[in-house]
Design a protein around this ligand. Structure first.
Ligand SMILES: N=[N+]=NCCCCNC(=O)[C@@H]1[C@H]2[C@H](O)[C@@H](O)[C@H](O)[C@@H](CO)[C@@H]12
Length: 447
C-alpha cells in the first residue's frame, strides 16, 4: 500500500455555517436574516424547508465539538451570524449573541481546536436588505462596523479570519441566477453587488490591520474548472468566461487592483457596466494573508449561442455525478489550484470547502457512504499532487461536519461526514467520518 505524506504543519479541518446548522432563529436575541425571509417564502426552498431548527447547533455545539475532538481536527471553520450580533444590522449589539460565540470558541480552544471564523456566510440582516442590501454602499460600512466589533471581541481567541464566503454566490447566484436569497435576476445589479462585496472585504481587511489584531485574514471564493468541449475559439472563450466571473473577477482586484478586462467588456456589452468610485480599488487591493478555496466540481463547457449563463453551457461527458447532480472530477481540482498558483503566486491557500452530496441514510446504526470516501480520497490526492507541483496549500477543510440546511435544496441534500436525523437531531458518524479520522491521525493518504 502506498502513502502520500502531508507536511508536518498541514492543517485538517471541518466547516459549517451559522444559518445552516444553528437553528434558534428567534432565540438569544437574534434578528431576522435574508435567509429567514427567503426560506419562509413559498416556492423558494425545496419542500418548504427552513433554518428555524436546522441541526440545533445553537444548543448542541458542545456535542458537535466532541465529534470534532474525536475526529482529531486541528481547525474548525464556522461562521458568525451577523443578525445574532446586530439584530438590526447596525446599532444595538446583542450581548447574548456575543456570549454564544464566546462559549463556542472557548470550548473549541479547550479542546485544542483552532477556530477559523467566516464573518459573512450569506445571512445578511433583513433590515439591511430592506435598505437595498449589498446594492447599497451603506451595507459596506455596516459590514466593516460588524467586522470591527467581532475582531475586537475575539482578538487573541480567533486568529484565522475569512471576510466573505463565496462572493460569486452572494452576487451572481443570488442576484442574477436568483437561486439563493434574496433571489433577484438582474445582471447589472449582481455586478454592482460583486464590487460592493470586494469593497467590503478590502475595507474590513484594512480595519483588521489598523486595529493590529493578531492573526491572519483572507476570503473564500468558490472556484471551478471548465475544460473546453472543442478547440473552437467560441468554446475556449466560453470556458474562460465561465471561470472568469467566478475566479478572476474576485481574485484579480485583490491581487492586481484591477478587474479582468475581458469580463469588464463582456458585462458592459450585456448592459451590466461595472461602476467604480475613485479610491475603491485601493481599498480592494489590501494584501491578504491567505485565500480560502472552495471547490466542488468541474465541467466541460461550450459556447451557448442561445444565451443562458454568460452563453456558457455544460456538456455531459458521462462523468459520475453526486446526489445534487454535480460532476465529479478531481483532475479539475488540480487544474484550478495550479491555475490559481500560476496566476497569483505563492499566496498561502487553505482548502476551506471541499465535499460531496451523498444522501445515504442510516442502516443498522451506520451510514456506508463509500462514494463520499472515494470522492474525498480523489480530491485529497489532487491536493497532494498540487502541493507536489509547488502550490502553497496549508490545509484541507472538508464541507461539512454535519448534514445541514443546504440552502435552496433544504434538507434533501446531505454533505456531512456525520448524519443528522432532522426529527430527533441525533448525530450518527458515517463511515467517511472514520476514514477521515485516519487520514487526519496520520496526516497521510493511502493510495
Ligand atoms: N451547479 N453547480 N454548482 C456549483 C455551485 C457552487 C456554489 N455552491 C457552493 O459552493 C456551496 C458552498 C457554500 O459555502 C456552502 O454553504 C454550501 O453548503 C456548499 C454545498 O453546496 C457549497
Amino acid at each position: 500500500m502506498a502513502y502520500i505524506q502531508f507536511p508536518e504543519d498541514f492543517k485538517w479541518g471541518v466547516a459549517t455555517a451559522a444559518y445552516q446548522i444553528e437553528g434558534a432563529v428567534r432565540q438569544g436575541g437574534r434578528g431576522p436574516s435574508i435567509w429567514d425571509t427567503f426560506s419562509h417564502t413559498p416556492g423558494k426552498v425545496l419542500n418548504g424547508d427552513n433554518g428555524d431548527v436546522a441541526c440545533d447547533s445553537y444548543h448542541r455545539y458542545e456535542e458537535d465539538i466532541a465529534l470534532m475532538k474525536e475526529l482529531g481536527v486541528n481547525v474548525y471553520r464556522f461562521s458568525v451570524s451577523w443578525p445574532r450580533i446586530f439584530p438590526e444590522g447596525t446599532g444595538k449589539v446583542n450581548k447574548e449573541g456575543l456570549a454564544f460565540y464566546h462559549r463556542m470558541v472557548d470550548k473549541l480552544l479547550e479542546n485544542g481546536i483552532e477556530p477559523m471564523c467566516t464573518l459573512y456566510h450569506w445571512d445578511l440582516p433583513q433590515v439591511l436588505q430592506d435598505k437595498g442590501g449589498w446594492d447599497n454602499r451603506e451595507t459596506v460600512e455596516a459590514f466593516v462596523a460588524y467586522s470591527e466589533l467581532i475582531f475586537k471581541e475575539f482578538s487573541g481567541k480567533i486568529k484565522s479570519w475569512l471576510t466573505i464566503n463565496e462572493p460569486w454566490c452572494v452576487s451572481f447566484l443570488s442576484n442574477f441566477i436568483g437561486a439563493h436569497a434574496p433571489g433577484n435576476q438582474d445582471l447589472a445589479l449582481a455586478v454592482n453587488i460583486s464590487h460592493h462585496l470586494l469593497l467590503a472585504h478590502g475595507k474590513a481587511v484594512a480595519r483588521f490591520r489598523d486595529l493590529d489584531i493578531p492573526g491572519k485574514i483572507g476570503f473564500a471564493p468558490n472556484v471551478t474548472w471548465l475544460e473546453p468541449y472543442s478547440r473552437d475559439q467560441e468554446d475556449v472563450e466560453a470556458c474562460r468566461r465561465g471561470m472568469g466571473w467566478m475566479v478572476d473577477w474576485f481574485l484579480d482586484p485583490i491581487f492586481t487592483g484591477t478587474y479582468p478586462a475581458f469580463m469588464v467588456d463582456w458585462f458592459a456589452a450585456n448592459q451590466a457596466p461595472l461602476q467604480i468610485k475613485d479610491g475603491d480599488m485601493e481599498w480592494i487591493k489590501q494584501p491578504v494573508d491567505f485565500i480560502g478555496i472552495n471547490y466542488y466540481e468541474s465541467n466541460v463547457g461550450r459556447h451557448n449561442p442561445q444565451g443562458g449563463m454568460l452563453e456558457v453551457e455544460s456538456v455531459d461527458m458521462g462523468y459520475k455525478k453526486t446526489d445534487i447532480g454535480w460532476f465529479i472530477n478531481a483532475e479539475g481540482f488540480y487544474n484550478v489550484l495550479t491555475f490559481i498558483a500560476d496566476k497569483y503566486g505563492e499566496i498561502p491557500i487553505y482548502i476551506t470547502e471541499n465535499g460531496i452530496c451523498i444522501n445515504d441514510g442510516v442502516e443498522d446504526g451506520t451510514v456506508n457512504d463509500q462514494r463520499r470516501i472515494d470522492y474525498l480520497k480523489g480530491h485529497i490526492a489532487a491536493v497532494a499532487r498540487s502541493l507536489k507541483s509547488g502550490v502553497n496549500i496549508k490545509g484541507y477543510i472538508t464541507w461539512s461536519l454535519l448534514d445541514n440546511f443546504e440552502w435552496a435544496e433544504g434538507y434533501s441534500k446531505r454533505f456531512g461526514i456525520v448524519h443528522v436525523n432532522y426529527r430527533t437531531l441525533e448525530r450518527t458518524k458515517k463511515e467517511s467520518f472514520f476514514w477521515y479520522q485516519k487520514v487526519i491521525g496520520n496526516s497521510w493518504l493511502e493510495v
